[in-house]
Design a protein around this ligand. Structure first.
Ligand SMILES: Nc1ncnc2c1ncn2[C@@H]1O[C@H](COP(=O)(O)OP(=O)(O)O)[C@@H](O)[C@H]1O
Ligand SMILES: CC(=O)N[C@@H](CCC(=O)OP(=O)(O)O)C(=O)O
Length: 301
């Protein structure tokens, strides 16, 4: 493989320009949540895989946690089953759980692994069952409303939350130069599978690994305010006000909650960004302020 001299010089210039950024993040862990809504078309998927491979090659440690909500919905529809969500969480009966496990642990996980490997990386796919990575407990949602004397408890079936993460298998893979690709399926003490929102898993994985950054790739420019304008930067105190006023709804609720919990538990920063933008991950790394919405533990002084 050989390049014309002028092209080689241009590449060298760009790499040298990138050096301070690469040095800043070298050896650091980046947890990237790749949402089902960001897996739009082949060009974007290829771009994502190339970014991840490049990150690894320059010394960062990317760890991928993926979703696949739209992909689960599509298969359920083919099977004649409707999708129902409460506060951004899929109501999951045992038949739906089988579909979730097949789509996330099978189709989507292996598609991402294959994509990264085809672009020159070494990815290994896991669900929370592999290496006992994700222990889950049943999630009981609370609904508070003025007309309710006591909060309503909503049972969503096989929907879980993270009880604990045993990251040994992740450390082993990262140490062996692999890129872990994690599907958000947990297992509880009695061996039952639980469907966990991928944002929640990504936040907990970032916490346990004490990641430098948690990047949440989705299908909006970031968190939008009541006028649809991008909020570039917010601290934990403002998040609650935005939830109470109804600005943050649906799938954005677990996303923002997990980002807040992660930064409160020691992750340096969380970003919600548009995965439909080409090279979104690199854009985030190579700009001081990042792109999308930055969530930090407290407002800058
Ligand atoms: N304030 C908000 N800003 C941006 N998106 C919001 C907001 N409130 C609700 N949403 C919704 O949240 C969605 C992202 O969540 P979700 O569909 O679960 O994405 P993903 O599959 O990437 O996790 C957006 O597409 C949007 O419809
Ligand atoms: C409990 C719950 O809602 N689980 C999600 C898991 C997948 C996911 O989170 O996918 P995205 O990130 O693409 O939305 C679901 O069943 O859709």
């Amino acid at each position: 493989m050989s390049l014309p001299a002028e092209r080689a010089q241009n590449i060298a210039r760009v790499l040298i320009e990138a050096l301070p950024y690469i040095r800043r993040f070298s050896g650091k862990t980046m947890v990237i949540k790749y949402g089902g809504n960001a897996m739009v078309d082949q060009r974007l998927k290829d771009g994502f895989a190339r970014d991840v491979v490049l990150m690894k090659l320059v010394g960062l440690n990317p760890v991928i946690v993926h979703g696949g909500g739209p992909q689960i919905g599509a298969l359920l529809q083919r099977l004649g089953k409707a999708s129902e969500f409460v506060q951004g969480m899929r109501v999951t009966d045992s038949e739906t759980m089988d579909v979730v496990e097949m789509v996330l642990g099978g189709l989507v996980n292996k598609e991402i692994v294959n994509l990264i490997n085809r672009h020159g990386g070494s990815a290994v796919g896991l669900t929370g069952k592999d290496g006992d990575l994700i222990r889950a407990r049943k999630l009981m949602l609370r609904r508070d409303a003025p007309e309710l004397a006591v909060p309503e408890i909503i049972d969503l079936g096989h929907v879980g939350e993270v009880e604990s993460i045993d990251a040994e298998v992740v450390h082993m893979l990262v140490g062996g130069n692999f890129i872990p690709v994690i599907a958000p399926i947990g297992v509880c003490d009695d061996g039952l599978s639980y469907n966990i929102n991928a944002d929640l898993v990504a936040g907990k994985v970032a916490e346990v690994l004490q990641a430098e950054k948690l990047l949440l790739l989705t299908n909006t420019a970031g968190l939008l305010d009541q006028d649809g304008e991008l909020i570039r930067d917010l601290d934990v105190a403002r998040v609650n006000a935005l939830i109470d006023s109804g600005v943050i709804q649906g799938g954005m609720l677990p996303k923002i909650r997990c980002a807040v919990e992660a930064v409160q538990a020691g992750v340096k920063a969380a970003h919600i960004l548009d995965g439909r933008v080409e090279h979104a991950v690199m854009l985030d790394l190579f700009t001081d302020e990042g792109v999308g919405t930055l969530i930090r533990p407290r407002a800058p002084k």
